[in-house]
Design a protein around this ligand. Structure first.
Ligand code: XMP
Length: 332
């Protein structure tokens, strides 16, 4: 059993020793691992760290602003916010195959990141440019790439920036390599990251790109962001009396999926012909198998009525009652 304060001191000393007076870049995604890695490395070396936040336009509602406010605003870390939505959407235009979509998003990520790293170097912001690439690799990732869970990688090609350090000619800095997820979360809280950020559900790298079925379009993304925001808000606000916990904390992952099909509805005296969303909420301990969550009907009812009333363009809400296997957690 180790004390977090001592652990931070040790980790900070190790990072300082490893980095010396060199520069580090880190791809900040807003996820737990990269956020905690950024906070820890920033604690150790301050402005020798530059975070690059590639915003592919397929993030949750207000996510970009939140990440910037946290890291640039509160932690005073150097963060480059790359607004690359148009570029990503441009490359995704007309593409409907899920694997193809993943590959494009993964490839563009690397391209954008490489371009930013080169720009930083040229700008002389870090005196000689970064020589280290920091990543929020955690212990289960290390084990995973060693074999056991690589099945997932073939079923759905992961795009968590594999091979990037070699492509960039950078040394790796991975300060979370020995930690399990719950330790990473404790560390995050100890470093001052908000509980809400550190205890978030996982969010896939390709983001809403795999939650908009078929072709990814900006208007679909906007509808989905707003619908999903309502779902998450209600999950956080609804407390289960038996446990005293919110339904957000009682589920392992919950999100909304955009279905590019239209169905008929009625609103006032008029007929509507609008899109459908599916709500997905699962409980799992390892994400390899998962059960759909038995959310209270009252919660589903409220979410459905809010989405249909507040998000013009969606007139039908469904609940996904499929377990994994044979379904997967994501729809693509
Ligand atoms: P599935 O859908 O395979 O998802 O049951 C299992 C877990 O993995 C996440 N996931 C991904 N995460 N890049 C990621 O970073 C991906 O391409 C990706 N695909 C799935 C998914 O959200 C769930 O937590």
């Amino acid at each position: 059993d180790w004390i977090m304060g001592d652990y931070i001191q040790e980790a900070v000393a190790k990072i300082r020793e490893q980095v010396g007076d060199e520069e580090v870049i880190l791809g900040l995604s807003g996820g737990v691992d990269s956020s905690v890695a950024a906070a820890l490395i920033h604690r150790a070396i301050g402005d020798q760290l530059t975070c690059v936040f590639v915003d592919h336009g397929l993030l949750r509602l207000n996510e970009g602003a939140m990440v910037m406010e946290m890291f640039a605003g509160r932690l005073h870390a150097k963060v480059v916010h790359v607004q690359a939505a148009e570029q990503f959407l441009g490359h995704l235009k007309g593409v409907t195959d899920p694997e193809q979509k993943r590959k494009i998003i993964g490839r563009e990520f690397v391209e954008v990141f490489k371009a930013e790293a080169a720009k930083l170097k040229a700008s002389g912001q870090g005196h000689k440019g970064a020589t280290f690439l920091a990543q929020g690799t955690i212990y289960p990732d290390v084990v995973e790439s060693g074999g056991t869970a690589s099945k997932k990688a073939t079923i759905k090609s992961h795009h968590n920036v594999g091979g990037l350090p070699e492509k960039l000619g950078l040394k790796l800095l991975e300060p979370l390599r020995e930690l399990f997820k719950d330790e990473v979360r404790e560390l995050g809280v100890a470093l001052g990251l908000p509980h809400e950020m550190v205890y978030r559900h996982p969010f896939p790298g390709p983001g809403l790109g795999v939650r908009i079925l078929g072709e990814v379009r900006a208007d679909f993304a906007s509808l989905l962001q707003r619908a999903d925001h309502i779902f998450i808000e209600e999950l956080r606000a609804t407390i289960d009396p038996a446990t005293g916990k919110s339904w957000y904390d009682l589920t392992s992952q919950a999100f909304t999926v955009f279905l590019p099909v239209k169905s008929v509805g009625v609103m006032g005296d008029g007929r509507t012909y609008d899109y459908v969303v599916a709500l997905r909420a699962v409980q799992t301990s390892d994400f390899m198998t998962a059960d759909w969550a038995e959310l209270p009907y009252s919660l589903l009812k409220k979410v459905s009525s809010r989405i249909i009333n507040e998000v013009r363009g969606i007139n039908r809400v469904t609940y996904d009652v499929s377990s994994k296997p044979p379904a997967t957690i994501e729809w693509e």
